[in-house]
Design a protein. Structure first.
Lengths: 334, 352
């Protein structure tokens, strides 16, 4: 088990190397550069060249890459060309919000999706089944930003149940340690800050959860239906076990494998896909920042972001593989 | 009173837009305590559905109808509610299935799959249950039971898996064991071992065994009495010896005749029963076997052939049975033209 984890983490190194080289070259091929974003139409060729020189963009691309890798080894992602602040600092400030939002969405999607998919399968062909299958289709089809606006209009502007924007009420004087607001609150025992941060997460969390929720419901339902027909479920029934034991021990666990796979794939997508939700709810996450970085040709920010997302993807899939082996002894890792 | 008395059991599957299927169409048979009874027939004759109906394992779906009775020790199993049925299943009546690999839960260790029965019906937990489980594995011939308890089904061989399933089935010393083609998925040598084990277990514990199979070799080696099923009905019932020596129903005769024999010459063709199970009539239209039968007479299509019981406890459902060796073959006479051959003197017809 331990060797498996180490091996997978070592595999991460060549993966990141290849990916970064590819991205480095590819991002530079985008038309325009940071100097255009800064100067706009007015810049003279001399001014452009000066800016490029100051950012080290005039050197051969491999030299630039070498410098990038050197910095990367010191966990330094360079300086943002638009905000002039270290990229790592910007990320530490904004990434926690997105991570919190993603975790909220995952908790909602898994917490509702698996039970709902399971119940739909058990009540196959009945009302609950039709509702959840139909509802999940709607969940997949409705664009996130539309759903986000509708949720905001109903639950915050009309009913006033939830805050409409931000991550925390400005009147709450919360201590910041990690920028994970919920975690900070827990660490400093500022319970009002925890509650408020959670409160701010509800609506954007639901909006972001809609698609993964729909996918998890469908996959769980299909998987449970398949397992219900398995011979070993019949064996369990023939033993006279209670329905609870049959369902819990024999059906559910065997149904979870495909669900776990899909959760792993969904997580990475959520992290990078939170942009729209963050925009609607004016939620200070990484999304809006990245969106702007693209417009500004902010190479260090873009590269850093993609690097981090890749690391997260690899880690999440490592977790998926590990939970596989917890669920299914046939794929147990050595 | 027999231990299990199945009386006029019928199972129909109705589906919208499709013809209703009479999978089991009035099956009756009985099993005495300690007896080994065979249910024999080709695939699709209803033998598995019969066992599933008795166990209450048929999926409770819209359109599935179960009729008749299956009286086990005074209680009609078909009339029980779900809870009472779960109490009996695994404790008094247990079942072994065809494919041992798919019949075991792949993600749970063998140990738990054995102890869960002990916990459910005998209230055994922890160390006591583990010890009992190891004892059970040992009893069904699995070496090194303590290690095997911790292993998963995929780590066991095919024969070992079937032994483990048998251990689970006999864990509560059931009075009736139903084995649905328990050796079909196994190698021939393993088959023999498993059959030997089953024989031993029922002999030692006095458990009655219902052996469901299409394999006449298994029947010959195991069963005290045999019910031959065709198209959802019992067409012949007899003790083992008389059945093999003097089959009366043409279908039974056909089954026996289609077994390849070592003493027949090389190159001699096999004798399959012509047609397939799909060429059946509905029993309400006459004899379901008539389309494939070599002894067909007009009377076969008049009505459901009545069950004929003979003095020696045999019964068959045929208007023109295979004559007993030594008996004068039925002559074409007035009786035949009327469509109903006169019954032999010591036979009695029953309408059912």
């Amino acid at each position: 088990m331990f060797r498996f984890i180490v091996r997978r983490l070592l595999q991460l190194i060549p993966t990141l190397f290849g990916l970064s080289l590819l991205l480095f070259i590819w991002v530079r091929r985008l038309p325009g550069g940071p100097e255009d974003a800064i100067l706009g139409e007015r810049g003279t060729p001399e001014m452009r060249a000066a800016i490029r020189r100051s950012m080290g963009l005039d050197e051969p691309i491999l030299v630039q890459y070498g410098r990038f890798v050197q910095r990367l080894l010191r966990l330094d992602l360079g300086t943002s060309s638009s905000t002039k602040r270290p990229v790592v600092e910007e990320f530490l400030e904004r990434f926690p919000g997105t991570v919190e939002l993603t975790i909220t969405a995952l908790v909602i999607a898994i917490g509702i999706g698996i039970p709902l998919g399971y119940l739909a399968a058990r009540r196959r062909g009945r009302l609950l089944d039709h509702l959840s299958v139909g509802g999940s289709l709607v969940g997949i089809c409705v664009p996130i930003f539309f759903l986000a606006y509708v949720l905001k209009a109903i639950f915050s502007e009309n009913l006033g149940w939830f805050p409409s924007s931000g991550r925390q009420d400005p009147t709450i004087d919360a201590t910041r340690i990690t920028n994970f607001f919920v975690l900070d609150g827990l660490m400093t025992r500022e319970w009002d800050a925890v509650a408020d941060a959670l409160w701010h997460l509800v609506l954007p969390g639901i909006a972001l959860a809609s698609i993964p929720l729909a996918i998890i419901v469908r996959i769980t339902r299909a998987s449970v239906l398949e397992v219900l027909n398995e011979d070993f479920v019949r064996t369990a029934e023939a033993k006279g076990l209670t329905e609870r034991t049959v369902r819990g021990r024999h059906v559910l666990r065997n149904s979870l494998l495909p669900v776990v796979t899909s959760i792993g794939l969904l997580t990475g997508g959520l992290l990078s896909g939170a942009v729209l939700t963050e925009t609607v709810f004016a939620f200070t996450g990484i999304g809006a920042f990245i969106y702007e970085a693209i417009g500004q040709r902010d190479y260090p920010v873009l590269l850093g972001f993609i690097m981090i997302i890749s690391v997260v993807y690899v880690l999440v899939n490592l977790l998926v593989d590990l939970s596989y082996s917890l669920i299914d002894p046939r794929v147990r890792v050595r | 009173m027999a231990l299990l008395e199945v009386d006029d059991l019928s199972v129909t599957f109705a589906r919208r837009g499709q013809r209703t299927v009479h999978a089991v169409d009035g099956v009756s048979f009985s099993v005495d305590a300690g007896e080994v009874v065979g249910l024999v027939g080709e695939s699709g004759c209803g033998k598995s559905v019969t066992s599933m109906a008795i166990m209450g394992l048929l999926p409770r779906q819209h359109g599935t109808r179960i009729g008749g009775k299956a009286v086990f020790d005074g209680t009609d199993l078909l009339g029980l509610d779900d809870r009472a049925r779960r109490d009996i299943r695994g404790r008094d009546v247990a079942m072994i299935f065809q494919d041992p690999l798919s019949s075991l839960n792949p993600v749970i260790p063998i140990g738990l799959q054995v102890t869960e029965v002990l916990a459910r019906h005998r209230g055994m937990r922890g160390d006591a249950a583990r010890k009992e489980a190891a004892g059970l594995l040992d009893r069904v011939g699995i070496p090194d039971p303590d290690r095997r308890l911790k292993e998963y089904p995929h780590q066991l061989s095919g024969g070992m898996r079937q032994r483990a399933l048998i251990a689970m089935a006999v864990a509560c010393r059931p009075r009736l064991l139903i084995a649905d083609e328990p050796t079909t998925a196994l190698d021939v040598t393993i088959q023999a071992q498993i059959l030997e084990l089953l024989k031993e277990l029922v002999h030692d514990s006095g458990t009655a065994l219902v052996m469901i199979t299409h394999d006449l070799g298994v029947v010959a080696g195991m069963c005290d009495s045999i019910n031959v099923l065709y198209a959802g009905r019992v067409v012949e019932t007899a003790r083992r010896r008389p059945l093999f020596r003097e089959p009366r129903h043409p279908y039974t005769a056909g089954l026996l005749g289609s077994v390849p024999r070592l003493d027949s010459g090389r190159g001699e063709p096999l004798n399959p029963i012509p047609g397939s199970v799909r060429d059946v009539l509905s029993w309400s239209e006459g004899c379901a076997f008539a389309p494939r039968c070599s002894r067909r007479v007009d009377a076969c299509l008049d009505e459901t052939p009545p069950l004929v019981r003979t003095h020696d406890g045999r019964s068959y459902r045929c208007v023109d049975p295979v004559p007993l060796p030594g008996a004068v073959p039925a002559q074409a006479g007035p009786a035949d033209q009327s469509g109903a051959p006169s019954p032999e003197p010591n036979e009695e017809k029953t309408r059912d």
